[in-house]
Design a protein around this ligand. Structure first.
Ligand code: SF4
Length: 487
C-alpha cells in the first residue's frame, strides 16, 4: 500500500491534527476473521481471487492455532480496554466452512473462553455450498448465524458464481438454503447477500430470493471505482424497481438492508452499516496469517489497498485505530469531497461505500463512482417515504395501543392510518413478518438503533424486546419513534 496510489488518506490525512481537534477513535466492534484463505468456487467478480491482487497465494490455507489464540487475546484486550459490549466475530474467507466442523468448534470455544462475557455474537458469511446437516447442527449448537451469497435464480447465479469446473453453484446453494430455512435451523438463518447484475431482471431476482424466505436481503453494488468503472449502467433503475416491489407489498416479506437503512436515515435516525450515512466504521479484518487489514473490497481499488502493515503479533487493535485508513472511515463528513459536502443527500448517502470513491492519484476523497445512481435512488425513496410520513402527520389522531404515554387502546393497531401511511413506519421499525420463529437472542438487525448506539451499550440494558423503562424509551408504534409529537 503506498501513498502514491492514495495520497488521501495515506499522505494527506493528518491524524495527529484530527486527534488534537478532539476527534476520538471509535473502538472496533466487528472483527472479520479470515479463517480459511481458499474457496471452492471461483466467482468471476471476486475481489480476492479474480483481481490483480494475488496476495492470497502467500497466505496460509488455515489460520494456525497460535494465530487464533493471539487474535483472541488481542480482541479480549480491546474489549477490556474500551469496556465494550456486544462485539461481533464474523467468520470469513475464502470460504470459511472449508475450515471444517472440528476446527470451527474449537475456534469458537477458545474465543468464548478468552474474551470477557460481553454478549459476543458469532456469524459466518458463506457461499452456501457446504451447508449440509452436520455443518448446520454445529453452527446451531454454537449459536453462529449464517449469511449466504446468492445472486437470484439459477440463470442469474450461474452468470458469475461457479465452481472450478465452470458449473453453476445454484443447485448446491439452493439445497443448503432449503435446509437452513427448515424449522430446525431457521433460527440461525440471517439472510442472503446478492451482488447486482443489471442484466438480471430486478423484480424476478428479488422474487427468486424471496422463495428462500430470507430474514434479510442485502443487495451489493459490484465493486468499482473511478479507475475501474462499474460493469454496467442503470443501477438506480434496477434498485428502484426492487424498492417499489418491496415497499408496495401488502405485507413486509423480508427486510432489505439498503432500503431499511435509507428509510431510517431519511427519518432522521442513525445508520448502522457501511455504505450509507456518516456513522464511523467500527469493522476490522484479520487475515489468515494474523495481519490486520481493512475490508478486502478495498483491494478492488489497487493491490494491497486493504493492508495496514500491522499484525496481531506485534500490534494491538488500538494501533489499527490510529492508521489513516481507519481514521478516514471514522470521521464522517470530514472524509468527504467538496462535492459530497455540498450534496443535498449527504447525510443519507454518506459518499457511498468507501472503496467506490477511489480515483488514481487522488485516493478516496471523491464522490462514489455510483454517485448519479445513489442520488436518484435516494430521491425516489425519500419522495415515497416523505409522502407517507406527511399523510401520517395529517391523519386523524387516535390512541395508539401499548404506548406508555397514551391511554390504553387496542394493541398493535394504528386505526387511523391507512395501509399506505403505516408503511414507512412498519418498514422502519418492524422485523420481517414472514418466516418464523424469530432468533432467540436480541435481533441485531433492528433498524432504529440510534437510541442505543448513542448510549454506547447496545442491547445491554434493553432493546425493543427487553424494554428498559416506560419513562425513557418509546415502544415500536409510538409516535415518538418517528420523531412526531404525541397528540
Ligand atoms: S450522492 Fe454523490 S455527491 Fe451526494 S453524497 Fe452521495 S456520492 Fe456524494
Amino acid at each position: 500500500m503506498t501513498g502514491r496510489d492514495a495520497p488521501w488518506p495515506l499522505l494527506d490525512l493528518d491524524v495527529a491534527q484530527i486527534r488534537a481537534a478532539g476527534r476520538e477513535p471509535q473502538s472496533f466492534r466487528q472483527f472479520i476473521l479470515k479463517i480459511h484463505s481458499r474457496c471452492n468456487l471461483s466467482c468471476s467478480y471476486c475481489y480476492i481471487y479474480e483481481m490483480s491482487d494475488q496476495g492470497w497465494r502467500q497466505q496460509p490455507v488455515n489460520m494456525s492455532w497460535s494465530t487464533v489464540s493471539t487474535i483472541a487475546y488481542c480482541i479480549a484486550e480491546h474489549v477490556r480496554t474500551h469496556d465494550l459490549y456486544g462485539v461481533e466475530i464474523i467468520l470469513h474467507g475464502g470460504e470459511p466452512l472449508l475450515a471444517g466442523v472440528a476446527r470451527i468448534t474449537e475456534l469458537v470455544e477458545l474465543f468464548r473462553a478468552e474474551i470477557p462475557d460481553n454478549e459476543m455474537s458469532f456469524s459466518v458469511q458463506t457461499n452456501g455450498t457446504l451447508l449440509d446437516r452436520s455443518m448446520l447442527e454445529m453452527l446451531k449448537e454454537l449459536g453462529i448465524r449464517v449469511g449466504i451469497s446468492l445472486d437470484g435464480d439459477a440463470e442469474a447465479t450461474g452468470r458469475h458464481r461457479h465452481n472450478a469446473r465452470g458449473a453453476s453453484s445454484f443447485d448446491d446453494v439452493a439445497s443448503g438454503l432449503e435446509l437452513i430455512n427448515s424449522p430446525e435451523f431457521r433460527e440461525i438463518y440471517s439472510g442472503i447477500l446478492c451482488t447486482i447484475d443489471v442484466r438480471n431482471d430486478p423484480v424476478a431476482t428479488y422474487e427468486a430470493l424471496l422463495k428462500f424466505t430470507p430474514p434479510t436481503i442485502d443487495f451489493l453494488l459490484p465493486h468499482a471505482n473511478w479507475a475501474h468503472p462499474p460493469p454496467g449502467a442503470g443501477y438506480a433503475d434496477w434498485l428502484i424497481a426492487v424498492f417499489d416491489r418491496w415497499y408496495s407489498a401488502p405485507e413486509q416479506e423480508t427486510s432489505v438492508r439498503m432500503f431499511r437503512e435509507m428509510i431510517q436515515l431519511i427519518l432522521g435516525g442513525r445508520g448502522s452499516a457501511d455504505g450509507l450515512g456518516l456513522q464511523p466504521s467500527t469493522l476490522i479484518v484479520v487475515d489468515t496469517d494474523g495481519s490486520i487489514k481493512q475490508l478486502d473490497s478495498l483491494n478492488s481499488a489497487y493491490p494491497l489497498a486493504a493492508s495496514t502493515g500491522l499484525d496481531v503479533f506485534n500490534n494491538s487493535f488500538d494501533d489499527a485505530l490510529e492508521h489513516p485508513t481507519t481514521v478516514a472511515r471514522q470521521i464522517g463528513e470530514d472524509a468527504l469531497s467538496d462535492q459530497c459536502r455540498a450534496c443535498p443527500v449527504m447525510q443519507i448517502c454518506g459518499g457511498g461505500l468507501y472503496p467506490h470513491r477511489y480515483r488514481s492519484g487522488i485516493g478516496f476523497r471523491n464522490p462514489s463512482v455510483y454517485c448519479a445512481d445513489l442520488l436518484r435512488l435516494i430521491f425516489h425513496v425519500r419522495a415515497r417515504v416523505t409522502k407517507d410520513v406527511n399523510d401520517l402527520n395529517t391523519a386523524q389522531p387516535r390512541p395508539l395501543g401499548g404506548c406508555p404515554e397514551q391511554r390504553p387502546g387496542p394493541r398493535g393497531v394504528l386505526p387511523s392510518m391507512s395501509a399506505r401511511t403505516g408503511r414507512a413506519r412498519r418498514r422502519a421499525v418492524a422485523p420481517p413478518l414472514r418466516g418464523s420463529p424469530q432468533p432467540p437472542r436480541p435481533w441485531t438487525g433492528w433498524p432504529l438503533p440510534s437510541r442505543y448506539t448513542d448510549d454506547r451499550r447496545p442491547m445491554r440494558s434493553g432493546n425493543w424486546s427487553r424494554f428498559p423503562g416506560p419513562s425513557r424509551w418509546p415502544r415500536p408504534g409510538c409516535r415518538r419513534t418517528l420523531g412526531l409529537p404525541h397528540s
